[in-house]
Design a protein around this ligand. Structure first.
Ligand SMILES: Cc1cc2nc3c(=O)[nH]c(=O)nc-3n(C[C@H](O)[C@H](O)[C@H](O)COP(=O)(O)OP(=O)(O)OC[C@H]3O[C@@H](n4cnc5c(N)ncnc54)[C@H](O)[C@@H]3O)c2cc1C
Ligand code: SF4
Length: 527
């Protein structure tokens, strides 16, 4: 465990970031690295609880107390072995996860006191890359099965599924419609949260392990589902949840009202052109440029997507940025009656982007606001927005007498996503749930034989940590299916039980293994 009584002697250090006034002038990451001694001290605060609630808080079941202790003892190379046992891409979650593990940490019973789990995770994987400890892990030659799997969609779910399946010895082709691998981590999340070289080196690892990457291929369009089924023994659908929620108010058609993702794609492509890395296939041409430079920008939607729009608009030099949220402002502290520890607290969190906007004096966030109309400028463009105070309960109707108008030349709609695009699902004939997501008949297994699903396409728009977890668990189901195909007498699990490529932590969700088992390589204490 960490230092005996360490949490009583050592204060939690918050996560340090670059000064907002400085960082808004570039696209580099804003998280600051910390010295090893400070990380060791923070690791020492972990109590190695008898019931480590952090495990349950983490959808991947990361072995948190184990690597906290290893960091405390300056054993970073052992710590990365533990971290990789449950998480293919800890640098994604270390930078981007909202850290439900910290909300569930036993020390968080005193609000704001949790072990800095996310920072420790990020520092372990950053050190591992710096030291050259992250290497390709192709399967042994004698483990090659010759069976072929198509993974459709290369977000974190598709990447994790592809890596696990390849390490288990299958021939894996990862299909991606966009010009580069990474899904929303590449084209939604901005570089100042995760530089794309961080994603690209994982792509290189996948290639070195033997995954075939096919970018610029729209499955269901460029390649038919009949060809796909004929060429592969199994198919994993990891196409994300990409249909955005619209706002059908009068004036919606005006030039200047756009979906957030259209803007974020353009910004991420612009940064890729300026800073790299180069795409795998050519970027598509920009059809209609969306820019915030010099404009009054209104972002409708108070979540992560909205915050990333605000961050980009500030870096483009917007005149003003206002982020609107329909729901009322959450309380400043954990509401114990609604979301008691160790649940994820529904409380106010200042986003990195709103912190920047306020420090620059150009932006604000407003709650309980509903949009009643978009105002035209007389030439087909947008001049403003009509808003009103929203009732506290659904359907959040405008309260009479509270209407007012705001100037806006750009409005970005960031109100969430409904479900995956339906075209490919319909062509394959997979069953869907009531929300339009792919229905898993048994965990990660669709209604069509040999077709599996993982990530946002299955569970709805969620988090990177869940996408990685789903990709891993789905890979396990595919591997079992393929084992049964090779040997119909087997039950799949027995045939592949010894495969260390797939061993690791099992699921905390609806995974095939039931409750977490925390199987890991087991790190011996030093002599
Ligand atoms: C702007 C934004 C910011 C976010 N920030 C965070 C954050 O900070 N932290 C966090 O935890 N989560 C964040 N999320 C959520 C997170 O990014 C997603 O939950 C996660 O990326 C889902 O992974 P996925 O692999 O299921 O799908 P996606 O990442 O959506 O990837 C799906 C991929 O499938 C491809 N595809 C779809 N159809 C086809 C087809 N027919 N043929 C070929 N390819 C196809 C798409 O092009 C895409 O690349 C954010 C989401 C958004 C929109
Ligand atoms: S709950 Fe917090 S203190 Fe306890 S083991 Fe997990 S990280 Fe350490």
């Amino acid at each position: 465990m960490g230092k005996l009584g360490g949490f009583l002697q050592i204060e939690r250090h918050g996560i340090q970031q670059r000064d907002p006034a400085e960082r808004v002038h570039d696209f580099h990451e804003f998280l600051l690295a910390r010295p090893t001694e400070e990380l060791q001290e923070q690791g020492a605060r972990c109590m190695d609880c008898g019931v480590p609630f952090c495990h349950n808080g983490c959808p991947l079941g990361n072995l948190i107390p184990d690597w906290n202790d290893l960091v405390y003892h300056d054993r970073f190379s052992d710590a990365i072995t533990q971290l990789h046992a449950t998480n293919n891409f800890p640098e994604f979650t270390g930078r981007l996860c909202p850290a439900p593990c910290e909300a569930a940490c036993v020390l968080e019973i005193r609000e704001g006191d949790a072990v800095t789990i996310k920072q420790i995770e990020n520092s372990i994987i950053n050190r591992a890359w710096d030291e050259g400890w992250v290497t390709p892990q192709p399967p042994r030659r004698d483990r090659e099965t010759g069976q072929a799997v198509a993974v459709v969609g290369s977000g974190p779910a598709g990447m994790a599924a592809a890596q696990q399946l390849r390490r288990a010895g299958h021939r894996v082709t990862l299909f991606e419609r966009d010009e580069s691998i990474g899904g929303l981590v590449r084209f939604g999340v901005p570089d100042f949260k995760i530089e794309k070289t961080v994603v690209q080196r994982r792509v290189e690892q996948l290639v070195a392990e033997g995954v075939e990457i096919r970018c610029g291929v729209d499955v269901g369009g460029d390649i038919s589902v009949e060809d796909l089924r004929a060429s592969f023994d199994a198919v994993v659908l990891a196409t994300g949840s990409r249909v955005p929620r619209d706002l059908p108010a009068p004036g919606r058609e005006l030039d200047g009202v756009h979906f957030a993702m259209d803007y974020l794609y353009q910004r991420n492509r612009w940064v890729a052109r300026e800073l790299g890395p180069a795409p795998t296939v050519q970027q598509p041409p920009v059809e209609r440029e969306i820019t915030a430079a010099g404009k009054d920008v209104v972002v409708i939607g108070g979540g992560d997507t909205g915050a990333d729009c605000v961050g980009n608009a500030l870096r483009e030099g917007a005149r003003s940025v206002l982020q609107l949220e329909l729901l009322s402002e959450p309380p400043a502290h954990r509401p114990d009656d609604r979301t008691p520890w160790p649940e994820w607290p529904l409380k106010y969190r200042l986003s990195y982007a709103m912190d920047e906007a306020r420090k620059l004096g150009v932006g604000e966030q407003d709650y309980s606001v509903t949009t009643t109309a978009f105002v035209a400028d007389g030439g087909g463009g947008l001049a403003g927005l009509r808003i009103a105070h929203a009732a506290a309960q659904p359907p959040f109707d405008p309260i009479p007498g509270t209407e007012r108008e705001l100037p806006a030349q750009l409005v970005l709609l960031a109100m969430g996503f409904l479900h995956p695009e339906q075209g490919l699902l319909d062509q394959l004939g997979v069953e869907k749930d009531a929300r339009g997501n792919i229905k898993a008949v048994t965990p990660y297994t669709t209604s069509v034989e040999g077709v599996f699903a993982a990530g946002d396409a299955r569970r709805g728009q969620s988090l990177i940590v869940w996408a990685i977890n789903e990709g891993r668990q789905c890979a396990r189901m595919v591997d079992r299916y393929l084992a049964t195909q090779r040997d119909p007498a087997s039950n799949g699990a027995a045939v592949r039980a010894e495969d260390d490529g797939l061993l690791g932590h099992s699921d905390a969700d609806e995974g095939p293994e039931g409750p977490p088992q925390h199987v890991s390589p087991g790190i011996a204490a030093p002599e």
